[in-house]
Write a protein that binds this ligand. Structure first.
Ligand SMILES: Nc1nc2c(c(=O)[nH]1)N[C@H]1C(S)=C(S)[C@@H](COP(=O)(O)OP(=O)(O)OC[C@H]3O[C@@H](n4cnc5c(N)ncnc54)[C@H](O)[C@@H]3O)O[C@H]1N2
Ligand code: MOO
Length: 409
């Protein structure tokens, strides 16, 4: 197993573990975007733009009515005209093709193109219309109620920059710019392998004495949340040869393999060793954090393998801390969107230990509360945890009100 070089000062004394920030730096250096592809707008949701989107036309493309009412000529109103002959109607999908002349009006609906000659709309509630004649008794309103061509943006303007996540709001902009195809970064394809003789599908454990595999589906869902394409998960027994074969199969189509369990020092912890015959190059292993110290990252050719400890809360904590930024970076956004730390005040005192800790917590109106009874192997606590609180090693007791680095979980 080859190792990527790490400077000695980035290691901390306890078991030669790497500092969290150094591990993140290695991850960011390794996780380069996977390449681009062109996809139709309808398939582009949640992808990341590799090229900017420019308006293919003025938006709006022509002058449009901004209200339901009557299109008239500004010059008529300025000259004191208050009575108009209604010549026809205009709808967004059925414009009026004639020209509005002096003393004339056209019934018009919101979004309909302004007929030639007309340059303002009188809202229908301000006027009286009967027998094809329109009269305005109220004072002339100040607003013309016309959306001018190009008033939203002009043709050629960049409306979405490269790197923009195509969320629902961005899709509005792309479609409004009349874009059918978008150039996006390829979404990383993720497979999961959960190792352990004891693991069985949820629902079968009480019958056969096994342990429900609580990580496979949850890691796939987290991968999806961070922009990946989940391809599936398999459970593999604690057998190095089986794990080698399963990894080889998983990496045929996946860009990233997440390997759950077998990361530590037990007699049957084969996760890294089983991948050596496949050419595993370790980027890092053992990070000086609690929980999740056994987390590791490696490369097999162009593919990446992230090893999570088997203890479920530890696994989910390090998946949030390492898998999420790995996926956003491979997907073209860099690691930053997955690591938006906010300083939030503690609502209760917390004591730090001798290892940097990432504690399950819940966000409250008044701040963040670290959950009682932190445990790497606990699972039910995750129902409540919607944040991780980062506590540097050796900071002693932090009292309520102290701002702490907090990450959405
Ligand atoms: N001598 C040492 N022992 C341990 C160390 C160490 O440094 N030295 N590290 C401890 C830490 S920290 C952790 S975390 C665990 C993680 O070990 P592994 O990654 O090898 O995990 P396993 O042994 O495979 O399993 C641990 C535990 O988690 C359960 N598990 C595993 N996968 C799943 C799953 N998909 N769904 C639900 N539960 C799962 C498994 O049944 C075990 O109970 O090692 C410590 N030991
Ligand atoms: O750090 Mo382990 O990941 O405690 O459970």
């Amino acid at each position: 197993m080859k190792h990527v070089r790490v400077a000695a000062e980035e290691r901390v004394p306890c078991g030669a573990s790497l500092r969290f920030d150094a591990a993140q730096a290695i991850l960011a250096a390794i996780a380069r975007p996977l390449g681009t592809e062109s996809v139709p707008l309808g398939k582009a949701g949640r992808r990341v733009l590799a090229e900017p989107v420019c308006a293919a036309m003025d938006i709006p493309a022509r002058d449009l009515a901004a209200m339901d009412g009557f299109a008239v000529r500004e010059a008529d109103l300025a000259a004191g005209q208050r009575r108009f002959v209604v010549r026809g109607a205009a709808y967004p999908g059925a414009p009026f093709h004639g020209t509005v002349g002096p003393g004339e009006a056209v019934r018009i609906m919101t979004g309909a193109p302004m007929p030639a000659g007309a340059d303002r709309v009188l809202m229908r509630e301000l006027v009286a219309a009967a027998d094809g004649v329109l009269t305005l008794d109220a004072p002339v309103p100040a607003k013309p109620h016309v959306r001018l061509r190009g008033s939203d943006t002009a043709v050629g303007t960049v409306v979405l920059p490269a790197g923009r996540l195509l969320d629902p709001r961005a899709l509005v902009v792309a479609a409004a710019a009349d874009t059918a195809m978008l150039t996006v970064w390829r979404a990383p394809r993720v497979r999961v392998i959960a190792t352990g003789d004891e693991l069985v599908p949820a629902g079968e454990a009480r019958a056969n004495g096994g342990v429900p595999d609580s990580l496979s589906e949850s890691v796939l869902l987290m991968a999806r949340q961070w922009g990946a394409k989940p391809l599936g998960a398999v459970r593999v027994r604690d057998d190095a040869a089986l794990l080698t074969t399963a990894t080889e199969a998983a990496l045929e189509d996946a860009d990233v393999l997440v390997l759950c369990g077998g990361a530590s020092r037990g007699d049957r912890d084969f996760a890294k060793a089983a991948l050596v015959p496949l050419g595993l190059e370790l980027a890092f292993a053992d990070v000086a954090i609690k929980p999740g110290k056994p987390v590791w990252l490696g490369r097999i050719g162009a593919k990446l393998v992230l090893g999570l400890p088997g203890n479920p809360t530890a696994a989910m904590t390090v998946a949030r801390l390492f898998l999420a930024p790995l996926l956003t970076a491979l997907g073209g956004r860099g690691a930053a969107p997955a690591l938006r730390w906010e300083r939030v005040p503690l609502v209760e005192d917390v004591s730090a230990g001798d290892r940097e800790a990432f504690l399950c917590a819940e966000r409250l109106e008044e701040g963040v509360r670290v959950l009682a009874r932190q445990s790497a192997s606990a699972q039910c606590m995750l129902a409540q945890a919607d944040a991780l609180v980062r506590l540097p090693a050796g900071t002693g007791t932090l009292s309520a009100g102290t701002p702490v680095e907090t990450l959405r979980f």
